[in-house]
Ligand binder design. Sequence first.
Ligand SMILES: CC(C)(COP(=O)(O)OP(=O)(O)OC[C@H]1O[C@@H](n2cnc3c(N)ncnc32)[C@H](O)[C@@H]1OP(=O)(O)O)[C@@H](O)C(=O)NCCC(=O)NCCS
Length: 206
Amino acid sequence: MNWGHSSRQSSKKSSKSDPGATGPASHHLPSTDDQQGELTVQIRWLIRRDMPEVLEIEQSSFAAPWSEEDFLGYLRQRNCIGMVAEYNQQIVGFMIYELHKARLQVLNFACSANHRRLGIGSQMVAKLVDKLSQQRRQEILLEVRESNLEAQLFFKKLQFRAVRVLRRHFDDTTEDAYVMRYRLIESESDDDQQLPHNRISFFDAA
Ligand SMILES: CC(C)(COP(=O)(O)OP(=O)(O)OC[C@H]1O[C@@H](n2cnc3c(N)ncnc32)[C@H](O)[C@@H]1OP(=O)(O)O)[C@@H](O)C(=O)NCCC(=O)NCCS
C-alpha cells in the first residue's frame, strides 16, 4: 500500500481489467451469512471508538504496525478515509485510503487473523471499486512488500496487477515493494503490455 510516501509511511510494513461481471464487486458477496463459508460484513466509516479493535488487527497483521498516532495523523487529512468491516458487532477488517483526483490510493488494509479467507477482504475491495467512476477516479493503487505473497495473491485474485517495482522502498528493510493497480477499464493499448518482467510476473503467468 502506499507505505512509502512519507518517512512515517515508509517505515511501515508495506505495505492491490477485467471488470466484467465476475470482477471484485461481485466476488465473495454471499447473500446470507456463512454461505459457502463466507461472511457478509457491513462496511462503514471508521469511528474513534473502533480504534482499539483496529489497532489489534494492525498489530497482529504487520511486523511494523502503525501506531494510533499514525492512524489519527492520516485520518485528520481531508482526503483520507477510514472504513471498517463489521460482523456481529465486531470489527473484522479495516482499510485506510486517500482520494486523489484520478485514483484511490490504499494506505493500509487488513482483516482480522481469525477471519481470513472468508471473503471479507474481497468485500472491502468491492467497496473501493464501487467508488470508482468512468468519469473521474478510474483506478486503485497500492504498494505491497515483496515478501507479502499472501497479499499479492489476494489482490491479484481481485484483478489488481503489479505495474512497478519500487527498489528498497522501506526504511525498516531493504526489500522492494510492488505497486499494484486495479483499473476500472483496461485497454488493449495499456502500458501494461510493455511492463518489465519482475518476480511477480511468475504469479501473473500462473
Ligand atoms: C490479504 C488479506 C487482506 C486478505 O483478506 P481475506 O479476507 O482473507 O481475503 P478473502 O477471503 O476475500 O480472499 C479472496 C481470495 O484471495 C486469495 N487469497 C486470500 N488470501 C490468500 C492467501 N493467504 N494465500 C493465497 N491466496 C489468498 C484467494 O484466492 C481468496 O479466495 P479463496 O479463499 O476462495 O481461495 C488478509 O490476508 C490480511 O489481512 N493480511 C494481512 C495484512 C496485509 O497483508 N494486508 C495487505 C497489505 S498490502
